[in-house]
Write a protein that binds this ligand. Structure first.
Ligand SMILES: [Fe+2]
Ligand SMILES: [Fe+2]
Length: 201
């Protein structure tokens, strides 16, 4: 049985995937932007770890994987004859980031940024898994190479969620679990409040 890498508290109904597949070109275009932003997030978090090398290296590998995903989603789109649309924004990520209160200490903000990043990866993983099931037999996205790519993406995003969580635990120790508990509730509220569209979030 599938289990997301974090214990998400709002399970996405399988019907979501059919709604997301209503506009496959829009779905892939949005996802390309998501992969690009995931690479940028990993790169920007590196500034928080001066004087270290192991965590920047973990983040560099993660950014490299996201950039690889970005390129391959673009290649898949090119194969389907589709073009990248302008970025319509990601209300899910924005909803989470709005909860990062600016007055908090920079250390608390760093913990929150790591946990939000882990949650975004975990939610992506959950939804990619649903897309795999729904895309099988779908006229445009049901092709074997594309499905294999979706499976690979799902596994990678699960790994990324755990990397962010591990970095948080190394830096913040016992403070992580109570904070994660709060964020799991917030993430569930955000995801439940969003309309379904042709996008992973
Ligand atoms: Fe990715
Ligand atoms: Fe990722």
């Amino acid at each position: 049985m599938f289990r997301p890498p974090l214990p998400l508290r709002a399970e996405t109904p399988p019907a979501w995937a059919e709604a997301a597949l209503a506009d496959p070109e829009g779905l892939l275009s949005d996802h390309a932007h998501c992969e690009k932003k995931a690479a940028l997030t990993a790169l920007s978090l590196m500034h928080a770890f001066p004087g270290e090398v192991r965590i920047p290296l973990l983040l560099a590998k993660l950014a490299e994987e996201e950039l690889n995903h970005f390129r391959r989603v673009l290649e898949a789109m090119q194969g389907f004859g589709w073009a990248l649309r302008s970025d319509a924004g990601n209300r899910y990520a924005q909803g989470l980031l709005e909860n990062l209160e600016k007055r908090k200490s920079s250390e608390t903000r760093l913990l929150d940024r790591l946990l939000v990043s882990a949650l975004i990866e975990a939610r992506s993983c959950e939804r990619l898994h649903l897309l795999e099931g729904a895309a099988t037999g779908h006229s445009e996205l049901g092709e074997a190479p594309w499905l294999a790519f979706l499976v690979e993406l799902e596994r990678c995003e699960a790994g990324h969620a755990l990397v962010y969580l591990r970095i948080a635990e190394e830096r913040f120790g016992a403070a992580v679990q109570p904070r994660l508990d709060e964020w799991l509730d917030r993430e569930a509220d955000v995801v439940r409040g969003l309309p379904w569209r042709s996008a992973v979030h």
